[in-house]
Structure formats: structure tokens, C-alpha cells
Design a protein around this ligand. Structure first.
Ligand code: AMP
Length: 289
């Protein structure tokens, strides 16, 4: 089976209209490309739950607060299309920037009740306005029944759920578990920018968060765990820690007490070899359904 490649909104819309007339259910997987098995897991879940699956590949300029990060974002379009074809994905939408931003390349401003200001929101000003702006454009265009987002970007998943609840109530936003390498390193397009040595250092990020999970047995407070995990990460000179936070999984508010009932998660953002990596784990995995 071929994966149909669309570059123009109009052609994609015609295809979607035909599928909808045929009562097909549309699954949508937005990505920025440089695809890996984490993305493909989303596509496979979408294929399982829908009759027609569309993936998008678009490096969205408005969600980058750092021009260097945007300029160096990896691009592997030919390999991406081959991977999508192998997965059975029906269509991929690869628009130019001017197709998505015909007037001006800027974001709208959104209110997500405060979750947009925590963690990634605090360290990447404007990032979630950019994410919400492009996801809203895609949701308007594709009008999917279901849209798939990874827990790798857990805060983004909450933002998109809130966006859908406010503006696209007919779209189900479905979260998918993080796919990791054997070393524990969360798969990420940005890993492609790391040297082999850098990837070894990066594996310490997941190890430190797992260490954080183990500390719930001995530590009394979230801040004590945050301190020890930060210390563990900072003990590796190649790792520069931006933040370690333990927050609740619904509102992303800083946790003051350790309580298995509070659905706490531990998050971090770290820099290695000039590449910014993020990861997160549930603090009490045994309490996850
Ligand atoms: P990106 O291309 O990095 O913007 O990611 C596109 C989608 O794939 C987002 O919903 C990500 O959360 C998700 N994703 C990226 N990496 C992983 C991973 N390792 N496991 C699961 N989902 C992922």
C-alpha cells in the first residue's frame, strides 16, 4: 500500500471530504518529522482505532523560542515517508510554511487555565501558543475523529486536550505511552543530533527519573526527591539541568506532599551537547491504571 503524500491543504481537504462521505473514521498524528518508533507507535494506535490515518510532518516555526533549535531541527523526509508506508499509514501531509501561515508567521494567544505557564511554558516563552496555533489549524483542516499525542510531551498533551475541550469538542485527543530505547532513553527526533557518547549521557536522564521513583520509599517530600535527582543529573558534567519538577498530572501544580493518590509525575529538561531533551515518568507507576 502506498502512503499518499499531500502538500496542499485543498487536495488534503478533498480527500478527507471523500473519506467522510464514505463514513470512514479519521485518525490524525501530527509530527515534526525525523520519525522514529515513538511516532510509529502513535500511527499504529491510530490505524487500530480508525479506518483512515493521516500523519502530518511540519516543523512549526512559531513554537520555537530558540532560532538555533529551529534551524538545526533534523529533517529526514524520504526516510519518514518510507517508515510511514511500512507502518500502513494512509496519508501524510507535508505543507510548506506559507501553506499553514499564508498571512503572517505568528501565534494566537491562548488561555489553558495556567498549565501553559508551568515547566516548558516557563522555560520556552510562547512555545505553547505556537503549539496551540498550529494544532488548531490542523484540527480545523483535518477535522479528525481522533488525534494522537505522546506522553513524551506530557504538558503538550494536556494543552491539546484543553484546546480540544474549548474549541474542538468533537475531537478525541488520545495520549500514548512513551517509547524508549533499551537504555531507557526516550526516543526523540532531537536524539539524532547527539553523538554516540551524548546518547550514553542522555540515557542517564531516564535513569535519574527512575531513581526519583525509587526515592518515594525513603524520602518524605517531593522537594527532597527533586534535590537528589537534580544532584544525580548534575554529577555528570555533560548534563546541564534546566529543571526537575514533581507536579500533579492534571494541573501541573508543584506537589508539596508525597501522596500515591495525587497522580504525581516527575519531569525534567536537560541540555546535552547543545541539545535540549525532556522526559517524564509517573512517580508511582504501580498506581497507574
Ligand atoms: P514531535 O515530532 O517530536 O513533535 O512529536 C510528534 C508526536 O509524537 C508528539 O505527540 C510526541 O509527544 C510524540 N512522541 C515523540 N516521541 C515519542 C516517544 N518516544 N514516545 C511516544 N510518543 C512520542
Amino acid at each position: 500500500m502506498q502512503t499518499t503524500v499531500f502538500q496542499k491543504k485543498a487536495a488534503l481537504q478533498d480527500c478527507i471530504q471523500a473519506k467522510k462521505t464514505n463514513s470512514e473514521t479519521i485518525g490524525f498524528v501530527p509530527t515534526m518529522g525525523a520519525l522514529h518508533q515513538g511516532h510509529i507507535a502513535l500511527v499504529k494506535k491510530a490505524l487500530y482505532e480508525n479506518t483512515y490515518v493521516i500523519c502530518s510532518i511540519f516543523v512549526n516555526p512559531t513554537q520555537f523560542n530558540n532560532t538555533d533549535d529551529f534551524a538545526k531541527y533534523p529533517s529526514t523526509i524520504t526516510d519518514d515517508i518510507a517508515l510511514l508506508k511500512e507502518s500502513g499509514c494512509h496519508a501524510v501531509f507535508i505543507p510548506e510554511v506559507t501553506e499553514m501561515y499564508p498571512d503572517k508567521t505568528s501565534s494566537n494567544h491562548y488561555n489553558f487555565g495556567g498549565i501553559e505557564n508551568e515547566m516548558e511554558g516557563a522555560f520556552r516563552p510562547g512555545h505553547f501558543d505556537g503549539v496551540a496555533t498550529i494544532v488548531a489549524k490542523f484540527f480545523d483542516l483535518v477535522k479528525p475523529d481522533n488525534a494522537y499525542f505522546g506522553e513524551k510531551d506530557f504538558q503538550q498533551l494536556l494543552i491539546v486536550k484543553s484546546l480540544a475541550a474549548q474549541f474542538f469538542p468533537s475531537i478525541d485527543v488520545i495520549g500514548c505511552e512513551i517509547v524508549r530505547e533499551k537504555s531507557g532513553l526516550a526516543l526523540s527526533s532531537r536524539n539524532k543530533r547527539l553523538s554516540n557518547q551524548g546518547k550514553e549521557y542522555a540515557a542517564h536522564i531516564s535513569k535519574a527519573l527512575e531513581y526519583g521513583q525509587s526515592l518515594v520509599k525513603t524520602e518524605r517530600t517531593p522537594s527532597a526527591i527533586v534535590e537528589k535527582v537534580t544532584q544525580q543529573l548534575s554529577s555528570i558534567s555533560a548534563i546541564e539541568v534546566e529543571y526537575v519538577s514533581i507536579v500533579d498530572s492534571n494541573f501541573l501544580k508543584k506537589a508539596d506532599v508525597l501522596d500515591i493518590k495525587c497522580n504525581l509525575r516527575i519531569f525534567t529538561a536537560c541540555w546535552i551537547e547543545g541539545v535540549r531533551l525532556i522526559d517524564n515518568y509517573p512517580l508511582y507507576p504501580e498506581a497507574q491504571s
